[in-house]
Design a binder for this molecule. Structure first.
Ligand code: TRP
Length: 332
């Protein structure tokens, strides 16, 4: 039986951090065995907010290098760059004719961007969800691994597909947001303020590119308190977060020891942090080194990009042929 098709896009903005790893990359790596995966770098999307393209290629290379270093296997998943697939732009054009100004203006992500950058409210920003729908529908994907913040965009993609199918005939299957419910480890910022993110406090965000000393420094500065004084005290969020990080990076006996210490109220957060820092380094260092090596290997990168583009274009062209036929455009 043919595997289900999966699509997901990654914006090429900056380095990956632990939140990205556990929120997205790890799911991609899991999905690449079970599904027919198309993962891509959304470089066109970045134009909606970052019109300067001078460092874009480097950012694109970085994203590719980091994802491969984390375990994305380009022999299993198709990994490509959005701007290499002109078919997406054509589908975007058709879908734009089915997207209403009102619904685009009501999109929460659009409203956020308008608030953040009132000086650059371009039409591309307004139609960002249409381009995203084209990304997904061009491969007739069923599942789209994305975070909660993208669910609205997925609903819009479904609406555009439904409209297309109603007007021109059943061509596009409806895609749904997907996550492995059990593995939604939320990584919080180390200062206890919200999710770990690119825009949060930099000293509270661990990047896969941080060097060993930086990792140590960030973990040692993480927010803690005096520890529990009574048995059965629930862990505050920022302490639970340190335990979540231990669970991700440390050996079972290490985790158990600190869990027991917490239960006995004998826990020393300084010791926990030292151990966590070393385990985190052991986790990140090989990824960092591999990503740097890949980023410097331009021949390898261009091979990966070319292979991905060829496969993605073949799939995109098939869909576009059906779309054009349904719309009575010349079939080439
Ligand atoms: N909008 C997504 C984000 O901000 C990136 C993206 C672009 C995407 N096209 C996509 C995600 C298609 C899934 C499918 O993270």
């Amino acid at each position: 039986m043919a595997k289900e098709i999966v699509v997901s896009g990654i914006r090429p903005t900056g380095y990956l951090h632990l939140g990205n790893y556990f929120g997205a990359v790890r799911n991609y790596i899991r999905m690449q065995d079970e599904y027919d995966c198309y993962f891509f770098v959304a470089d066109w999307h970045s134009l909606t907010t970052h019109p300067d393209t001078k460092s874009l290629q480097e950012s694109v290379h970085r994203v590719i290098a980091e994802n491969i270093a984390c375990g994305l296997d380009t022999n299993k998943a198709c990994f490509y760059v959005q701007s290499d697939i002109p078919e997406i732009a054509e589908l975007y054009l058709y879908l734009n004719m089915m997207a209403y100004k009102g619904e685009l203006e009501r999109t929460p992500t659009f409203k956020d961007k308008v608030r953040q950058h009132p000086e650059n409210v371009n039409a591309g920003l307004l139609t960002y969800p249409v381009l995203q729908a084209a990304d997904i529908l061009i491969h007739r994907a069923l599942k789209v691994p994305v975070g909660k913040d993208q669910e609205q965009h997925l609903e819009m993609a479904r609406n555009f597909a439904i409209r297309f199918n109603n007007w021109y005939g059943e061509v596009l299957p409806l895609p749904y947001a997907f996550n492995y419910g059990d593995s939604l480890t939320k990584i919080l910022s180390l200062d206890g303020n919200g999710k770990m993110s690119k825009s949060a406090n930099q000293m509270a965000t661990i990047y896969l590119n941080d060097d060993d000393d930086m990792i140590r420094k960030k973990i040692m500065k993480a927010k803690t308190d005096n520890g529990p004084t009574e048995k059965g005290t629930p862990k505050p969020d920022y302490i639970q977060n340190l335990f979540s990080l231990l669970e991700i990076t440390s050996r079972f006996d290490v985790i158990t020891k600190f869990e027991d210490d917490y239960d006995d109220c004998t826990i020393r957060y300084g010791d926990l942090k030292k151990q966590l820092a070393e385990d985190m380094i052991a986790f990140i260092k090989p990824i960092r080194e591999k990503a740097n090596a890949i980023q410097n290997d331009k021949d390898y990168l261009s091979k990966v990009i070319k292979t991905g583009a060829d496969k993605a274009r073949a799939s995109a062209a098939e869909t576009l042929k059906l779309v054009r036929k349904a719309m009575s455009f010349n079939i080439i």
